[in-house]
Design a protein around this ligand. Sequence first.
Ligand SMILES: Nc1ncnc2c1ncn2[C@@H]1O[C@H](COP(=O)(O)OP(=O)(O)O)[C@@H](O)[C@H]1O
Ligand SMILES: [Mg+2]
Length: 365
Amino acid sequence: MKTNILVVDDERDFAKMLSERLELKGLSTAVVFDGFKALSWLNENSCEIVLLDLGLPGMNGIDVLPRIKEAHPFVQVVILTAASDVNIAIAGMKLGATDYLIKPVTFDILLGAIHDAQARRIGQEESLRMIETSKMAAFGVLAEGVAHEITNPVNVMLAAAGWVEDLLGDNIVLPAEDRAEMFSALAKIRDQGMRCKDIVAKLLAFGGRIDPTPKSVQVNDFLVSMIKKKGEWAEQLRVDIQGEFAADLPMIFIPPSLFAVALENIIDNSLDAMEGKGGVLRVTTSLEDNFCNLAFSDTGRGIAKADLGRIFEPFFSTKEVGKGTGLGLSICYRMVKGMGGEIWVESKEGEGTTLSVRLPLPPAN
Ligand SMILES: Nc1ncnc2c1ncn2[C@@H]1O[C@H](COP(=O)(O)OP(=O)(O)O)[C@@H](O)[C@H]1O
Ligand SMILES: [Mg+2]
């Protein structure tokens, strides 16, 4: 369960009693007795509110406070202090504390301060989310514009390439090497055209312009058809795609076009990573509690340690310009998180990468 409140106080009996009373009010708590412990606890756990005593052994509360706020800006710090330290508590407000209370404090006043701090935290998170949303909305408009601009010429390009290819194939007598060059030029037109189409699909998905209506989807079927679609390319790369699917998977509820963009990108990433060396891509599905797990394991070049934390960022790509948009995994991330799932990656440079996705199943009727 998520911890609501971390109590930091060196008066052990007081701290424990306070935590017990808060628990009785339905709040989950953790207790530490000094500032260093508070910082290390927060590095490994999370909470909404820290009730911080000022007179702590080792690192003083007033020194702990800015460190908490710097590392965990949304954590609300409520200072609990003795009357003699009121001036320090006021200084604490300047350092980002939400409130201060003077001991002894009645339990009701403390609860009131906790509720205010919770509300303030929600407010801060909401305003951040609003900024994010408006950025996304702006991006959506941009994406739509780009999509509109690029779709028509791309379609013309694709059609023209096919037409010229037909013409050359049947009628015109050209020296063999010219013909070969022409064909390779045409292949380039087609590849680049496809690439543009792909970029457009990703921009649309990223801008949220893909039909977001969730539908019942059979994950295994979806994967099988995606793998089939990639068959020819995989063969060229000498990649063996192996599927191992759980037989008893229930349907999941997901926007199908978005799911398709996400899965295609994950598989494309694996294939890209095996370009030049070939290898194996294992795609597995399994059922675990109320989740459907998908895993994509490749024997590709892997991801550098320094990049591991960045691959889900929009526009992060290690691929050459024109080859990577850096949008694929950020689309996956948003889709998966949006439906309450998880997505994570494990990778060893030079050995391979496993991308795992955990999607919640709809509640059984
Ligand atoms: N299976 C994989 N093997 C190696 N690197 C990967 C793999 N999947 C993703 N990556 C890395 O993550 C980056 C971001 O992926 P993505 O968001 O799909 O953007 P793009 O594929 O357009 O570069 C890639 O550029 C690549 O460096
Ligand atoms: Mg990609």
